[in-house]
Design a binder for this molecule. Sequence first.
Ligand code: NI
Length: 391
Amino acid sequence: MSHSTVLPGVQEITASMIKLRHDIHAHPELGFEEFETRARVMACLREWGYEIHEGLGETGVVASLRNGKGRTIGLRADMDALPIKESTGLAWASRIEGKMHACGHDGHTAILLAAAYDLAQRKPFQGTVHLFFQPAEEGHGGSGAKRMLEDGLFRLFPCDAIFAMHNMPGIPTGKLGFLAGPFMASVDNATIRIQATGGHGAMPHKAIDPIVVCASLVMALQSVVSRNVPPLETAVVSVGAILAGDANNVIPQSAEMRLSIRSLNPEVRQLLQQRITALAEMQAASFGARAEVSYELGYPVLVNDKELTHFAKQVARDWLGDEGIVQNLQPFTGSEDFAYWLQQVPGCYLLIGNGDGEGGCMVHNPGYDFNDQALPIGASYWVKLVESYLV
Ligand code: NI
Protein backbone atom coordinates (compact mmCIF):
# COMPACT_ATOMS: atom_id res chain seq x y z
CA MET A 1 0.00 0.00 0.00
CA SER A 2 1.70 3.21 -1.09
CA HIS A 3 1.87 6.29 1.08
CA SER A 4 0.18 8.40 -1.55
CA THR A 5 -3.13 6.64 -0.88
CA VAL A 6 -3.25 8.00 2.66
CA LEU A 7 -5.03 11.35 2.87
CA PRO A 8 -2.79 14.28 3.91
CA GLY A 9 -4.98 15.19 6.90
CA VAL A 10 -4.85 11.60 8.13
CA GLN A 11 -1.09 11.47 7.54
CA GLU A 12 -0.71 14.57 9.69
CA ILE A 13 -2.36 12.93 12.73
CA THR A 14 -1.15 9.34 12.23
CA ALA A 15 1.95 9.46 14.46
CA SER A 16 -0.01 10.87 17.37
CA MET A 17 -2.86 8.38 16.84
CA ILE A 18 -0.38 5.49 16.86
CA LYS A 19 0.93 6.86 20.15
CA LEU A 20 -2.62 7.05 21.48
CA ARG A 21 -3.29 3.49 20.26
CA HIS A 22 -0.26 2.26 22.20
CA ASP A 23 -1.45 4.12 25.26
CA ILE A 24 -4.91 2.52 25.03
CA HIS A 25 -3.24 -0.84 24.41
CA ALA A 26 -1.13 -0.51 27.56
CA HIS A 27 -4.26 0.28 29.60
CA PRO A 28 -6.91 -2.19 28.44
CA GLU A 29 -10.39 -2.03 29.94
CA LEU A 30 -13.10 -4.71 29.76
CA GLY A 31 -16.70 -4.13 28.68
CA PHE A 32 -18.56 -1.25 30.40
CA GLU A 33 -15.36 -0.27 32.23
CA GLU A 34 -13.87 1.78 29.40
CA PHE A 35 -13.54 4.89 31.58
CA GLU A 36 -9.95 5.86 30.76
CA THR A 37 -10.36 4.91 27.12
CA ARG A 38 -13.50 7.04 26.93
CA ALA A 39 -11.67 9.97 28.54
CA ARG A 40 -8.87 9.71 25.96
CA VAL A 41 -11.37 9.53 23.10
CA MET A 42 -13.42 12.47 24.36
CA ALA A 43 -10.37 14.68 24.92
CA CYS A 44 -9.50 14.40 21.23
CA LEU A 45 -13.04 14.87 19.98
CA ARG A 46 -13.61 17.92 22.16
CA GLU A 47 -10.44 19.54 20.96
CA TRP A 48 -11.53 18.99 17.36
CA GLY A 49 -14.94 20.60 17.88
CA TYR A 50 -17.28 17.62 18.02
CA GLU A 51 -20.60 17.74 19.83
CA ILE A 52 -20.34 14.96 22.41
CA HIS A 53 -23.02 12.83 24.01
CA GLU A 54 -22.10 10.49 26.85
CA GLY A 55 -23.96 7.85 28.78
CA LEU A 56 -25.39 5.59 26.07
CA GLY A 57 -24.55 2.01 26.99
CA GLU A 58 -22.86 3.31 30.16
CA THR A 59 -19.40 4.02 28.73
CA GLY A 60 -20.43 4.70 25.12
CA VAL A 61 -19.62 7.97 23.39
CA VAL A 62 -21.39 9.59 20.43
CA ALA A 63 -19.64 12.46 18.66
CA SER A 64 -21.42 14.47 16.00
CA LEU A 65 -20.25 16.83 13.30
CA ARG A 66 -22.68 18.75 11.09
CA ASN A 67 -22.14 20.61 7.89
CA GLY A 68 -25.37 21.97 6.46
CA LYS A 69 -28.33 19.88 5.39
CA GLY A 70 -28.00 16.40 4.01
CA ARG A 71 -28.02 12.75 4.88
CA THR A 72 -26.60 11.23 8.07
CA ILE A 73 -23.92 8.58 8.27
CA GLY A 74 -22.86 6.65 11.38
CA LEU A 75 -19.41 5.10 11.87
CA ARG A 76 -18.71 2.76 14.75
CA ALA A 77 -15.59 1.69 16.63
CA ASP A 78 -15.52 -0.70 19.58
CA MET A 79 -13.33 0.11 22.62
CA ASP A 80 -13.21 -2.92 24.92
CA ALA A 81 -10.43 -5.39 25.71
CA LEU A 82 -10.45 -9.10 26.63
CA PRO A 83 -9.65 -11.05 29.82
CA ILE A 84 -6.42 -12.48 28.36
CA LYS A 85 -2.87 -12.33 29.72
CA GLU A 86 -0.73 -10.65 27.05
CA SER A 87 2.47 -12.37 25.87
CA THR A 88 3.68 -10.00 23.12
CA GLY A 89 6.53 -8.46 25.14
CA LEU A 90 5.98 -5.21 23.22
CA ALA A 91 6.96 -1.83 24.69
CA TRP A 92 3.24 -0.95 24.79
CA ALA A 93 2.11 -4.33 26.12
CA SER A 94 -0.72 -4.38 28.65
CA ARG A 95 0.20 -3.02 32.06
CA ILE A 96 -2.92 -4.52 33.54
CA GLU A 97 -2.60 -8.14 34.57
CA GLY A 98 -5.04 -10.45 32.82
CA LYS A 99 -6.48 -7.84 30.46
CA MET A 100 -5.44 -7.29 26.89
CA HIS A 101 -6.44 -5.62 23.64
CA ALA A 102 -6.31 -8.95 21.82
CA CYS A 103 -8.96 -8.08 19.23
CA GLY A 104 -7.54 -4.76 18.01
CA HIS A 105 -10.35 -2.60 19.34
CA ASP A 106 -7.59 -0.17 20.38
CA GLY A 107 -6.78 0.06 16.67
CA HIS A 108 -10.42 0.51 15.62
CA THR A 109 -10.75 3.36 18.12
CA ALA A 110 -7.58 5.05 16.86
CA ILE A 111 -8.63 4.59 13.21
CA LEU A 112 -11.95 6.32 13.85
CA LEU A 113 -10.24 9.13 15.78
CA ALA A 114 -7.75 9.75 12.96
CA ALA A 115 -10.68 9.99 10.55
CA ALA A 116 -12.48 12.28 13.00
CA TYR A 117 -9.54 14.66 12.94
CA ASP A 118 -9.45 14.98 9.16
CA LEU A 119 -13.25 15.26 8.90
CA ALA A 120 -13.30 18.07 11.46
CA GLN A 121 -10.45 19.99 9.83
CA ARG A 122 -11.87 19.94 6.31
CA LYS A 123 -15.56 19.08 6.63
CA PRO A 124 -15.52 17.59 3.13
CA PHE A 125 -19.21 16.64 3.25
CA GLN A 126 -22.78 17.92 3.31
CA GLY A 127 -24.87 16.53 6.16
CA THR A 128 -24.16 14.91 9.50
CA VAL A 129 -21.56 12.44 10.73
CA HIS A 130 -22.14 10.50 13.95
CA LEU A 131 -19.16 8.67 15.39
CA PHE A 132 -20.11 5.85 17.74
CA PHE A 133 -17.50 4.65 20.22
CA GLN A 134 -19.07 1.51 21.60
CA PRO A 135 -18.30 -0.39 24.79
CA ALA A 136 -18.40 -4.13 25.40
CA GLU A 137 -18.38 -5.68 21.94
CA GLU A 138 -16.90 -8.86 23.38
CA GLY A 139 -20.06 -9.47 25.39
CA HIS A 140 -18.52 -9.58 28.86
CA GLY A 141 -21.35 -8.27 31.01
CA GLY A 142 -23.65 -7.97 28.00
CA SER A 143 -23.55 -6.42 24.54
CA GLY A 144 -22.52 -2.78 24.32
CA ALA A 145 -24.27 -2.37 20.97
CA LYS A 146 -27.53 -3.68 22.41
CA ARG A 147 -27.25 -1.44 25.46
CA MET A 148 -26.70 1.64 23.32
CA LEU A 149 -29.82 0.71 21.33
CA GLU A 150 -31.83 0.29 24.52
CA ASP A 151 -30.64 3.75 25.57
CA GLY A 152 -32.20 5.19 22.41
CA LEU A 153 -29.21 5.32 20.04
CA PHE A 154 -31.08 5.65 16.75
CA ARG A 155 -33.94 7.64 18.28
CA LEU A 156 -31.44 10.25 19.47
CA PHE A 157 -29.07 9.89 16.52
CA PRO A 158 -31.04 8.67 13.50
CA CYS A 159 -28.83 7.52 10.62
CA ASP A 160 -29.43 6.77 6.96
CA ALA A 161 -26.53 4.34 6.84
CA ILE A 162 -24.09 2.85 9.35
CA PHE A 163 -20.67 1.26 8.96
CA ALA A 164 -18.15 -0.54 11.13
CA MET A 165 -14.66 -1.87 10.46
CA HIS A 166 -12.78 -4.79 12.01
CA ASN A 167 -9.17 -5.80 11.48
CA MET A 168 -8.46 -9.32 10.25
CA PRO A 169 -5.13 -11.12 10.62
CA GLY A 170 -4.13 -13.22 7.62
CA ILE A 171 -5.30 -10.58 5.14
CA PRO A 172 -2.54 -8.33 3.67
CA THR A 173 -2.14 -5.07 5.60
CA GLY A 174 -4.79 -2.48 4.78
CA LYS A 175 -6.67 -4.56 2.22
CA LEU A 176 -10.41 -4.04 2.63
CA GLY A 177 -13.00 -6.82 2.61
CA PHE A 178 -16.69 -6.50 1.78
CA LEU A 179 -19.48 -9.06 1.59
CA ALA A 180 -23.17 -8.32 1.05
CA GLY A 181 -25.80 -10.36 2.90
CA PRO A 182 -25.09 -12.63 5.89
CA PHE A 183 -21.46 -12.10 6.88
CA MET A 184 -21.06 -13.04 10.55
CA ALA A 185 -22.86 -15.79 12.42
CA SER A 186 -25.45 -15.66 15.16
CA VAL A 187 -24.16 -17.10 18.41
CA ASP A 188 -26.35 -18.70 21.05
CA ASN A 189 -25.47 -20.53 24.24
CA ALA A 190 -27.43 -23.47 25.59
CA THR A 191 -27.01 -24.98 29.01
CA ILE A 192 -28.50 -28.45 29.40
CA ARG A 193 -28.98 -29.78 32.93
CA ILE A 194 -29.59 -33.50 33.15
CA GLN A 195 -31.44 -34.47 36.31
CA ALA A 196 -31.06 -38.18 36.98
CA THR A 197 -30.72 -40.52 39.97
CA GLY A 198 -27.38 -40.89 41.68
CA GLY A 199 -26.10 -44.12 43.18
CA HIS A 200 -23.26 -46.53 43.79
CA GLY A 201 -20.98 -47.15 40.82
CA ALA A 202 -21.21 -50.86 41.58
CA MET A 203 -24.98 -50.93 41.18
CA PRO A 204 -25.88 -48.91 38.06
CA HIS A 205 -29.26 -50.68 37.78
CA LYS A 206 -30.33 -48.88 40.97
CA ALA A 207 -29.47 -45.48 39.47
CA ILE A 208 -30.07 -43.40 36.33
CA ASP A 209 -26.70 -42.30 35.06
CA PRO A 210 -26.61 -38.69 33.79
CA ILE A 211 -23.13 -39.20 32.30
CA VAL A 212 -24.45 -41.86 29.94
CA VAL A 213 -27.27 -39.48 29.01
CA CYS A 214 -24.65 -36.79 28.20
CA ALA A 215 -22.54 -39.17 26.15
CA SER A 216 -25.55 -40.24 24.14
CA LEU A 217 -26.71 -36.66 23.71
CA VAL A 218 -23.32 -35.46 22.46
CA MET A 219 -23.54 -38.02 19.67
CA ALA A 220 -27.19 -37.32 18.94
CA LEU A 221 -26.41 -33.60 18.61
CA GLN A 222 -24.10 -34.38 15.69
CA SER A 223 -27.17 -35.29 13.67
CA VAL A 224 -28.61 -31.78 13.92
CA VAL A 225 -26.08 -30.29 11.52
CA SER A 226 -25.74 -33.42 9.37
CA ARG A 227 -29.44 -34.42 9.15
CA ASN A 228 -31.68 -31.43 9.99
CA VAL A 229 -29.89 -28.39 8.60
CA PRO A 230 -30.12 -28.16 4.79
CA PRO A 231 -26.78 -29.17 3.21
CA LEU A 232 -26.10 -25.75 1.66
CA GLU A 233 -26.65 -23.86 4.92
CA THR A 234 -24.05 -23.22 7.62
CA ALA A 235 -24.38 -24.29 11.24
CA VAL A 236 -22.07 -25.09 14.13
CA VAL A 237 -23.05 -26.98 17.28
CA SER A 238 -20.15 -27.37 19.69
CA VAL A 239 -20.28 -28.92 23.15
CA GLY A 240 -17.68 -26.87 25.00
CA ALA A 241 -18.10 -28.30 28.47
CA ILE A 242 -19.50 -31.34 30.29
CA LEU A 243 -19.59 -31.09 34.04
CA ALA A 244 -20.46 -34.15 36.07
CA GLY A 245 -19.30 -36.30 38.94
CA ASP A 246 -16.28 -36.40 41.26
CA ALA A 247 -15.45 -39.97 42.23
CA ASN A 248 -14.69 -43.23 40.39
CA ASN A 249 -17.35 -45.19 42.15
CA VAL A 250 -20.22 -42.70 42.37
CA ILE A 251 -22.92 -42.20 39.78
CA PRO A 252 -23.73 -38.50 40.08
CA GLN A 253 -27.19 -37.07 40.53
CA SER A 254 -26.93 -34.59 37.70
CA ALA A 255 -24.77 -33.36 34.86
CA GLU A 256 -24.46 -30.17 32.87
CA MET A 257 -23.54 -29.52 29.25
CA ARG A 258 -22.64 -26.15 27.74
CA LEU A 259 -23.08 -25.57 24.04
CA SER A 260 -22.12 -22.88 21.54
CA ILE A 261 -24.45 -22.69 18.55
CA ARG A 262 -23.88 -20.65 15.40
CA SER A 263 -25.59 -20.06 12.08
CA LEU A 264 -25.74 -17.62 9.18
CA ASN A 265 -29.50 -17.67 8.67
CA PRO A 266 -32.22 -16.71 11.18
CA GLU A 267 -34.39 -19.66 10.06
CA VAL A 268 -31.58 -22.13 10.61
CA ARG A 269 -30.98 -20.48 13.96
CA GLN A 270 -34.59 -21.27 14.95
CA LEU A 271 -34.35 -24.80 13.64
CA LEU A 272 -31.20 -25.39 15.72
CA GLN A 273 -32.96 -24.21 18.87
CA GLN A 274 -35.95 -26.47 18.24
CA ARG A 275 -33.91 -29.56 17.44
CA ILE A 276 -31.36 -29.16 20.24
CA THR A 277 -34.11 -28.62 22.80
CA ALA A 278 -36.16 -31.59 21.54
CA LEU A 279 -33.15 -33.91 21.36
CA ALA A 280 -32.03 -33.03 24.88
CA GLU A 281 -35.47 -33.54 26.38
CA MET A 282 -36.23 -36.73 24.51
CA GLN A 283 -32.79 -38.30 24.86
CA ALA A 284 -32.97 -37.70 28.61
CA ALA A 285 -36.51 -39.10 28.77
CA SER A 286 -35.43 -42.24 26.91
CA PHE A 287 -33.08 -43.01 29.82
CA GLY A 288 -35.65 -42.07 32.46
CA ALA A 289 -33.87 -38.79 33.22
CA ARG A 290 -34.99 -35.21 32.70
CA ALA A 291 -33.30 -32.41 30.76
CA GLU A 292 -33.74 -28.74 31.51
CA VAL A 293 -32.60 -26.63 28.61
CA SER A 294 -31.87 -22.97 29.06
CA TYR A 295 -31.28 -21.34 25.74
CA GLU A 296 -29.66 -17.95 25.72
CA LEU A 297 -29.89 -16.01 22.48
CA GLY A 298 -26.70 -14.07 21.79
CA TYR A 299 -25.73 -11.86 18.87
CA PRO A 300 -27.92 -12.26 15.78
CA VAL A 301 -26.72 -12.99 12.25
CA LEU A 302 -24.91 -9.95 10.87
CA VAL A 303 -26.50 -9.05 7.55
CA ASN A 304 -24.85 -6.41 5.37
CA ASP A 305 -27.17 -4.32 3.21
CA LYS A 306 -26.70 -5.20 -0.45
CA GLU A 307 -26.74 -1.69 -1.92
CA LEU A 308 -24.67 -0.03 0.81
CA THR A 309 -22.10 -2.84 0.73
CA HIS A 310 -21.80 -2.41 -3.02
CA PHE A 311 -21.44 1.34 -2.49
CA ALA A 312 -18.82 0.95 0.25
CA LYS A 313 -16.85 -1.48 -1.91
CA GLN A 314 -17.01 0.85 -4.91
CA VAL A 315 -15.59 3.69 -2.78
CA ALA A 316 -12.65 1.43 -1.87
CA ARG A 317 -12.19 0.28 -5.47
CA ASP A 318 -12.19 3.83 -6.87
CA TRP A 319 -9.58 4.79 -4.31
CA LEU A 320 -7.31 1.72 -4.03
CA GLY A 321 -8.07 -0.24 -7.19
CA ASP A 322 -8.93 -3.94 -7.24
CA GLU A 323 -5.61 -4.85 -5.58
CA GLY A 324 -6.75 -2.99 -2.45
CA ILE A 325 -9.78 -5.26 -2.02
CA VAL A 326 -10.02 -8.82 -0.73
CA GLN A 327 -11.30 -11.13 -3.47
CA ASN A 328 -13.79 -13.92 -2.81
CA LEU A 329 -14.42 -13.05 0.82
CA GLN A 330 -16.40 -15.75 2.64
CA PRO A 331 -18.74 -15.37 5.63
CA PHE A 332 -17.31 -15.96 9.10
CA THR A 333 -18.71 -18.13 11.88
CA GLY A 334 -17.50 -15.60 14.44
CA SER A 335 -20.05 -13.09 15.69
CA GLU A 336 -20.35 -9.35 16.17
CA ASP A 337 -22.89 -7.22 18.01
CA PHE A 338 -22.97 -4.59 15.24
CA ALA A 339 -25.55 -7.10 13.92
CA TYR A 340 -28.14 -5.58 16.29
CA TRP A 341 -27.67 -2.15 14.74
CA LEU A 342 -27.89 -3.55 11.20
CA GLN A 343 -31.30 -4.96 12.13
CA GLN A 344 -32.50 -1.35 12.53
CA VAL A 345 -30.42 0.70 10.09
CA PRO A 346 -28.96 -0.54 6.80
CA GLY A 347 -25.21 -0.54 6.47
CA CYS A 348 -22.06 -2.56 6.10
CA TYR A 349 -19.52 -4.21 8.39
CA LEU A 350 -16.20 -4.47 6.60
CA LEU A 351 -12.77 -5.92 7.23
CA ILE A 352 -9.31 -4.37 7.08
CA GLY A 353 -6.26 -6.61 6.70
CA ASN A 354 -3.94 -6.78 9.71
CA GLY A 355 -1.17 -8.41 7.67
CA ASP A 356 -0.44 -11.91 6.45
CA GLY A 357 3.13 -12.08 7.80
CA GLU A 358 3.71 -9.98 10.86
CA GLY A 359 0.20 -9.08 11.95
CA GLY A 360 -1.00 -12.56 11.04
CA CYS A 361 -1.43 -13.77 14.62
CA MET A 362 -5.16 -14.43 15.08
CA VAL A 363 -7.30 -12.17 17.27
CA HIS A 364 -8.08 -13.38 20.83
CA ASN A 365 -4.55 -14.83 20.96
CA PRO A 366 -2.09 -13.66 23.70
CA GLY A 367 0.49 -12.88 20.99
CA TYR A 368 -1.77 -10.68 18.88
CA ASP A 369 -1.25 -6.96 18.23
CA PHE A 370 -3.07 -4.51 15.98
CA ASN A 371 -0.94 -3.52 12.99
CA ASP A 372 -0.32 0.25 13.09
CA GLN A 373 0.35 0.33 9.34
CA ALA A 374 -3.35 -0.33 8.80
CA LEU A 375 -4.34 2.71 10.85
CA PRO A 376 -3.90 5.51 8.26
CA ILE A 377 -5.45 3.36 5.54
CA GLY A 378 -8.52 2.57 7.64
CA ALA A 379 -8.87 6.22 8.64
CA SER A 380 -8.49 7.46 5.07
CA TYR A 381 -11.13 4.96 4.00
CA TRP A 382 -13.59 6.30 6.58
CA VAL A 383 -13.04 9.84 5.28
CA LYS A 384 -13.45 8.69 1.66
CA LEU A 385 -16.65 6.89 2.58
CA VAL A 386 -18.10 9.95 4.33
CA GLU A 387 -17.14 12.23 1.43
CA SER A 388 -18.74 9.85 -1.05
CA TYR A 389 -21.93 9.21 0.93
CA LEU A 390 -22.64 12.75 2.13
CA VAL A 391 -22.61 14.62 -1.16
NI1 NI B 1 -13.24 -7.72 17.86
